[in-house]
Design a protein around this ligand. Structure first.
Ligand SMILES: [Zn+2]
Length: 111
């Protein structure tokens, strides 16, 4: 790959990812103020298991969403693409694959 500056529009990628994440959380019924379950659901073990899975998935989605929003904030502040640990620029190819990356590849391995 040539060492040229990336022409990828990270803001567009991040906004797209944010939209998808919000949509997924909405699908889970978690778009608003936390978990909302139909109170008519029997409290069977199956429901409990499903609920655990949904909560785990929602937690992952929320974490990813936080990373995406943090990256968008960094874009707005003009320090996007800088490793939050060592302060070095993050590899453009890494940002292309993972626009919400907070750390360079070296620091990500440490975390
Ligand atoms: Zn680093």
């Amino acid at each position: 790959m040539p060492p040229e500056a990336s022409t990828v529009d990270h803001r567009a990628l991040l906004e797209e990812e944010r939209t998808e994440l919000v949509a997924k959380l909405d699908e889970l019924g978690l778009g608003g103020a936390g978990l909302t379950y139909d109170s008519n659901f029997a409290d069977s073990s199956q429901v409990t298991a499903e609920r655990g899975e949904v909560e785990a998935l929602a937690a992952t989605l929320r974490e990813t969403l936080e990373d995406v929003e943090r990256a968008l904030a960094k874009l707005a502040q003009g320090n996007y693409g800088v490793c939050e640990d060592c302060g070095q620029p993050i590899d453009p190819l890494r940002l292309e694959a993972k626009p919400a990356a907070r750390y360079c590849i070296n620091c990500a391995a440490k975390h």
